[in-house]
Design a protein around this ligand. Structure first.
Ligand code: ADP
Ligand code: MG
Length: 321
């Protein structure tokens, strides 16, 4: 059994601590990883005045903007998912996200008139993509792309590839709850990575259980991640594209186990909108993508469990089929 030293790092980027663990002592590589994440944040963020995505948003109602091939591909993928029948994923949800400001200073419950006025500006069918020049056009002033539901997954995969290119095949990176693992851990008796499934609204570090994986991505989206409470009602950060309000169903969280973290990020949002029953049915066509649903009545439900094992730690939750 190989036993090596582990080298761990944490830096705050994209508003979250980004944790990295390697089994080689390679400070320049660590710098390269964090610098790459910083570059991608600069490209994708909508929380600053300028980024490649903000260039598209600033040109809404005016003209198309040609973007880098990688960003074009990312927007194309996010658009395809947004256009699926009944999809709750919507990359043009930006105007509503900006209005609610959930997870940011100044969050408010907007008046119904404000939501009604913004909903027409969040129609993903209106987005115009042109592959010939990698251009993206938002045809109406006020439309905004928001890649918040897909960016971390995409970045996690870019970093996985970067590590491969540098000859690193054993590592874990956690981008604020978006975990990508390479190979197996190389220290101690653990032949699998242990990824905690957080207890909804629990204290930091309180877990429902542990998800064990090898060479997989583990992404969780939960209503307890970013939210505010007003008049005893909880408003969380995943919005229903057709009502404009936070998605309201039986779920506390959805976790996706997959190879690509971008799939994890997409499917957490998509399946959050579907709920347990429809979500499990939907995943039957995608055997390489597995979900763990945590429901408000304390059940932990797997769509299937071929790519992970689960250890339940909190007996107030039940494993349910
Ligand atoms: P996080 O990992 O940061 O919790 P998620 O992957 O759960 O993020 O995505 C939530 C973010 O996606 C929101 O903060 C917002 O920027 C954006 N968003 C909110 N609702 C939707 C939606 N229905 N479709 C796509 N993106 C959304
Ligand atoms: Mg997501």
């Amino acid at each position: 059994m190989p036993t090596t030293n582990a080298y761990t790092y944490t830096r705050v980027l994209m508003g979250s601590p980004i944790f990295l663990k390697l089994f080689v002592d390679n400070p320049p590589l660590v710098e390269e990883v964090y610098a790459r994440i910083g570059e991608l944040e600069d490209q994708l963020t909508v929380n600053r005045a300028h980024s490649e995505v903000m260039d598209i948003n600033h040109a809404a109602g005016k003209h198309p903007v040609s973007v880098s091939p990688a960003l074009f591909q990312l927007i194309k993928r996010a658009t395809e998912v947004s256009l699926l029948a009944g999809s709750c994923f919507n990359l043009t949800i930006g105007p509503l996200v900006k209005r609610w400001k959930i997870g940011f200073q100044g969050h408010t419950v907007p008046p119904q008139e404000a939501i009604d006025a913004l909903l027409p500006l969040t129609d993903p069918h209106q987005l115009v993509l042109d592959a010939s020049n990698h251009s993206v056009f938002l045809p109406h002033a006020g439309m905004e792309i928001d890649l918040g539901a897909i960016a971390k997954g995409y970045i996690a995969d870019v970093i996985k590839n970067l590590l491969y290119q540098r000859g690193v095949y054993h590592a874990i990176i956690n981008l604020g709850g978006n975990v990508q693992t390479l190979g197996r851990p190389q220290n101690g008796p653990n032949q699998q990575w242990a990824v905690g499934l957080q207890k909804p609204f629990g204290d930091n570090g309180e877990l429902i259980g542990i998800i064990h994986v090898v060479n997989k991505s583990v992404v969780t989206s939960g209503i307890y991640e970013r939210y505010f409470v007003a008049d005893d009602k909880l408003y969380h950060h995943i919005l229903h594209p057709r009502t404009g309000y936070p998605l309201d169903n039986e779920l506390f969280s959805v976790t996706i186990i997959s190879d690509a973290s971008i799939d994890g990020d997409i499917y957490t949002t998509l399946l959050y909108g579907m709920g347990v029953e429809k979500g499990r049915e939907y995943l039957q066509a995608y055997p390489h993508i597995e979900a763990i649903f945590v429901t408000r009545d304390n059940k932990v439900i797997f769509s299937s469990d071929k790519q992970f094992t689960f250890t339940l730690l909190d007996n107030s939750y039940q494993l349910a089929g």
